[in-house]
Design a protein around this ligand. Structure first.
Ligand SMILES: [Zn+2]
Length: 262
């Protein structure tokens, strides 16, 4: 019965997000599948956490559009999320929800689930709000160096506070829904660590390209938003933004489970 209700709820949300152009067709299908597993196996508390991530990140990516104009061309994908993005952000959370079916009442399934969502939420909040910072960010691997706004690997106090808030919100709900206040610091730290790891990968091994027409570095490949083919300049070619996001969640989970075990 819960699985059926989960399926219906996931279908409705995926459809609404598709209509609102937050998801494209493949993204809507992926969201319906991951949503069914998380709502259907996890239940209400798990749904609240997933929806908090989904709704706040979709809303933030639409907010302050005027002030963010011109930055879109830097990011590899637009606002309509595809299946790759949905799985990069929600795949681990889905795995922990599924593990909850085989290991019911085990606290680590909830901790892993919450930590992965805290990490991707922290990363999204930092990306979407960090660009509103009037000052340019600094490179995480060399803090003396300032980089252009929206550059992967760039960090700022402003963006880090946004990240902390995004992580803290998921952590707060994870604690409230279980009555376990130890999860508030644990999940907050894990989420923040995940998003810092994301910035580190962005500054080091993430695939980066260059548009010869606009003379700008971009994640877009094979074509820039202007239509010009982009040239690979640094990073591992397979290390796309989706892999970086997936590893951001993985780092969050590992930090959370390590603190939990200790
Ligand atoms: Zn271009």
């Amino acid at each position: 019965m819960q699985l059926l209700l989960g399926f219906i709820l996931a279908l409705i949300i995926a459809f609404l997000a598709y209509k609102a152009r937050s998801l494209n067709t493949s993204g809507a299908v992926a969201a319906a599948v991951t949503g069914t597993i998380i709502f259907g196996i996890g239940g209400l508390s798990w749904a609240v956490l997933l929806l908090t991530f989904f709704i706040t990140s979709s809303a933030l990516s639409r907010a302050f559009k005027k002030r963010k104009r011109g930055l879109d061309e830097k990011f590899s994908k637009g606002h309509e999320r595809d299946a790759g993005q949905v799985l990069a952000n929600g795949g681990l959370a889905t795995l922990f929800a599924a593990l909850g079916f085989f290991f019911p009442q085990q606290p680590w399934t909830w901790i892993g689930f919450a930590a992965s969502l805290a990490a991707v939420n922290a990363d999204t909040w930092a990306t979407e709000l960090g660009v509103l910072n009037p000052h340019p960010p600094r490179l995480i691997t060399d803090l003396r160096k300032t980089v252009e706004k929206g550059t992967s690997g760039g960090i700022s106090l402003f963006g880090t506070l946004a990240s902390l808030t995004g992580s803290g919100l998921i952590a707060l709900l994870a604690s409230l829904l279980t009555g376990n206040w130890f999860l508030l610091p644990l999940v907050t730290i894990a989420g923040l660590a995940g998003s810092l790891f994301d910035s580190f990968l962005g500054a080091t091994v993430q695939a980066m390209y260059y548009c010869p027409t606009d003379k700008k570095e971009t994640e877009k490949h094979p074509l820039h938003s202007c239509g010009t083919p982009t040239v690979h300049v640094r990073g591992w070619k397979w290390m796309t933004n989706d892999w970086v996001n997936f590893l951001c969640g993985t780092a969050g989970v590992l930090v959370a489970l390590m603190i939990y075990v200790i």
